[in-house]
Design a protein around this ligand. Sequence first.
Ligand code: XIL
Length: 371
Amino acid sequence: MKITRRQTLAGAAALGIAPRLMAAPSASLDAIGAAHGIRFGTAVGMGQFLDARYRGLIESECGVIVPENELKMHAIHPHGPDDFDFRNADTLVDYATRNGLKIRGHNLIWHHPEWMPKWSETFDYGPRPAERVAQILTRHVETVCRRYASRIYTWDVVNEAVDNKTGLMRETAFSRAMGSPEAVLDLAFRTARATVPNCELVYNDYMDWGSEAHRAGVLRLLKGFRERGVPVDTLGLQAHLSAKPDIARGGFGLDQENIWRGFLDAVTALGYKLQITELDVNDTAIPGDFGTRDAAVADITRAFLDCTLSYKQVSAVMVWGMTDRYSWLQHNKTKRADRLPLRCCPYDADFKPHPMRGAIAQALAGAPIRA
Ligand code: XIL
């Protein structure tokens, strides 16, 4: 017998259950997180944004969005430092504002030679390059921060400034002109704090339990910020995880957890807050059918989040894309042996939830409540 919605509601009324509660959809990831003091959101680029199904996922699951590429320096200044193009960034920020979503800014400078704007390598900085770069960077940070002001509540001021293999600071045309990478980073943070004093300022990177040199380099940088009085509030944990077939819990076994806890203990002892800024799971190394792969992805997600969210300093979980359909990981050079697409996000390519979605929901629901 088919029961209509009207009959269900009538039955509920008879039982004294409020129809509103009966009809309510299951809680969104953001609502589950918010009850514990943790916001949930996703990256969104212009490509995904134009897909109404993707916007549907944002509106049903998220409290925060972060533009995937549209605020990066090369997107704002495609041709040179003196022209600004805010069209795509404005579209995403306006959409979020209309829909009551919070916005993370990513990023004011990606201090990595591969990802700085192309023009930065060949630009003529004139007879006093240090002053010219300082002027370009100051104007960039002031203009972008002022434009979005309090609509962007937290900025990744600097992204990936530490070399993951050596742990040394990466050099770019900007750092060579200014004399050191630290000179560039410190100026970016100081300018951001002066321009948007209430914004949470983040150093964002992907150090994990696999690279001791990278973690040590990031810790050195964070200590240096404190010694120099640079206004950095938070470490952004990118969390681009890789599932492993031969390690417990999808790749985040107890050994990995111990290393990770040691790192987070050291970071929080320096007084830094934390955000998970770019969670996704690369399952290139997991053989088998979708069920096997999805289970491994859910396992590592759950184990990683249970550990990391046990730190009350973590205030946000952002995924780097809601669906496999649009994930940047599908374009990786290293492909799966079976050439099938990755299963890396909380929803699959047809916008159906993965076990990873359930893992995030359970981890958020189990996280200690924070202010
Ligand atoms: C990636 C985007 O997802 C891609 O579309 C783009 O081609 C390259 O950048 N760490 C970061 C993000 O901080 O900005 C990167 O985003 C993913 C890795």
